[in-house]
Design a protein around this ligand. Structure first.
Ligand code: SAH
Ligand code: SF4
Ligand code: F3S
Length: 487
């Protein structure tokens, strides 16, 4: 599914024998046209087009970046496939926790064995991990079979970098330290025809003391509202009914633009786009969540009844060490205000267990907040030490067994509350966006409710992408079984 963007250019009309244009995104279309020559030669030699496989780690930002990478490759003439025995394998990496990092090294070992059998295979690495100097050094020393390495700030350059590799450079490394430019209007291949992420801002300025994201994604930059709205209109014309506005801290959207605008005001403009039926967003930092946003959500028919509000810790002392800039009291007051104004909202969160210096008393404060807020669901993480962050240098790192024990206790509580919450709407009819056919149960489809809870119900596959009324018959822990109602 390629998006119909205004800058879409006809590659046949590009003079590939001229000098490369300096300006973007025209320059990248020029390189796409040049790479196409390589693809044609490959096709003549092998009797088929080359195939690519992108493996994505990490968050929604990376998922959206992968759609952009796939769009460029598809335009060049590569064919997508979902296993790693491809002619080009690209890992879009995450480094937020060490296990994300380790998984990439694991996959690299595996593709190395594939490359030994097929030396023409190309292996590329991009994304957040590549912004770390230690990683680059390790790759250069011990992973010399990698062909292409680039970071988070220059994914738009994929065609140019591939062309360098095709022209004989053995290993192409291209990492930019800062996100000095935002290049948009390149081809995008969406994973889902009916829903899409839309970046509204890049980077992060918050520097939570445990977090590596500001170092690998650079400084916070908002896109101009007109650009965002144009992109959403194009998506809507292309069949998208649900969009998710993406940013590490959407609540600070627009503050640094030359004509400042609030996130809530942006949401109200997005709502005006007729064909968009549902609006989601990720992620909201509690410190910047405004009354204006709550009011905008309360009045809206389109903004989904779901707010992801990362807590990280319930202890005010730990929150201070984390540099989160709110305390337990403020967080609880905020959650209470949101529930009071939007009673049907579902609140979800992220929690880190085992931050340096966390005592049993601190941890109990986290359990207390979880009990008070009663999250519909929550992601829990064991603290992972990230080199270069302030927390990595803190004393009193919590022993692994202690952190694991707390993690298990927290998870048990969260699951118990989720199960209790899920039954809340049994018997009601709610709208669900049908996302896929159910691969567990023949003749069933799976839909997502506005509050982000899933419902499985009997229905034909052509319902995928449609919003339909469903009666919620039976809660099953974290999802419902339901029945479609007459429309
Ligand atoms: N911008 C978002 C979070 C992005 S990272 C926000 O501020 O909410 C996603 C989640 O990963 C975070 O919410 C946090 O819970 C977790 N995380 C980040 N760094 C971590 C670390 N060093 N160890 C464990 N979990 C971490
Ligand atoms: Fe990381 Fe904090 Fe930024 Fe979220 S707000 S990305 S946790 S630094
Ligand atoms: Fe991971 Fe980068 Fe997202 S580090 S969580 S993929 S911003």
């Amino acid at each position: 599914m390629e998006e119909n963007l205004s800058h879409k250019m006809d590659l046949d009309k590009i003079n590939i024998h001229a000098e490369p244009p300096a300006e973007e995104p025209v320059r990248q279309y020029y390189y796409m046209a040049k790479c196409r020559e390589w693809v044609q030669a490959f096709e003549q030699k092998n009797g088929r087009r080359p195939c690519f496989c992108i493996q994505t780690f990490g968050c929604q930002m990376n998922a959206r970046d992968s759609e952009k990478l796939a769009g460029i490759l598809a335009r060049i003439g590569f064919v997508s496939q979902d296993h790693e025995e491809a002619d080009l394998v690209l890992y879009n990496t995450c480094t937020v926790r060490d296990n994300a990092n380790q998984r990439v090294y694991g996959r690299l070992g595996y593709v190395h064995s594939l490359k030994k059998k097929n030396p023409a295979m190309l292996i590329g690495l991009c994304g957040c991990m590549m912004q770390e100097e230690t990683v680059i050094q390790k790759l250069k020393e011990s992973y010399r079979f990698v062909d292409l390495v680039f970071g988070t700030h220059n994914i738009y350059k994929l065609a140019e970098l591939l062309y360098a590799r095709f022209s004989g450079e053995t290993a192409v490394f291209d990492i930019e330290k800062e996100n000095t430019r935002i290049v948009e209007a390149l081809p995008v291949t969406r994973k889902y025809p009916y829903k899409s992420g839309v970046n509204i801002m890049y980077g992060c300025n918050n520097f939570c003391s445990y977090c590596i994201v500001p170092y690998v994604r650079g400084r916070e930059r908002s896109r101009r509202p007109e650009e965002i709205l144009d992109e959403i209109r194009a998506l809507a014309d292309d069949g998208v009914v649900e969009i998710m506005l993406l940013g590490q801290n959407v609540n600070s959207y627009g503050k640094t633009l030359s004509e400042p605008i609030s996130f809530a005001a942006l949401l109200r403009q997005v709502e005006q786009i007729d064909k968009i039926k549902r609006i989601r967003f990720m992620t909201s930092h509690p410190k910047d969540l405004s009354d204006e946003l709550i009011e905008t959500m309360r009045r809206s028919q389109k903004i989904c009844r779901h707010l992801h509000l990362p807590l990280q810790s319930g202890s005010s002392r730990i929150l201070k060490c984390m540099n989160r800039r709110y305390d337990q009291e403020q967080y609880l007051a905020l959650a209470e205000k949101i529930r009071r104004n939007i009673p049907d909202i579902s609140l979800t969160t992220d929690i880190i267990v085992g931050f340096p210096g966390e005592t049993e008393e601190d941890f109990k404060e986290t359990l207390k907040v979880v009990q008070k807020v009663r999250y519909e669901s929550a992601f829990t993480f064991l603290y992972s030490k990230r080199t270069g962050t302030p927390a990595a240098a803190m004393e009193d790192q919590v022993p692994k067994e202690v952190a694991q024990d707390r993690f298990d206790r927290l998870l048990a509580l969260i699951q118990q509350i989720s199960r209790e919450c899920c039954g809340r709407d049994t018997g009601r009819v709610m709208e669900a966006l049908v996302e896929e056919t159910n691969n567990q149960q023949e003749g069933f489809v799976t839909g997502r409710l506005s509050n982000n809870i899933m419902v499985h119900f009997p229905g034909p596959s052509d319902l995928v992408g449609r919003i339909v009324p469903v009666r919620l018959l039976e809660p099953r822990g974290f999802y419902y079984m339901g029945r479609m109602e007459e429309q």
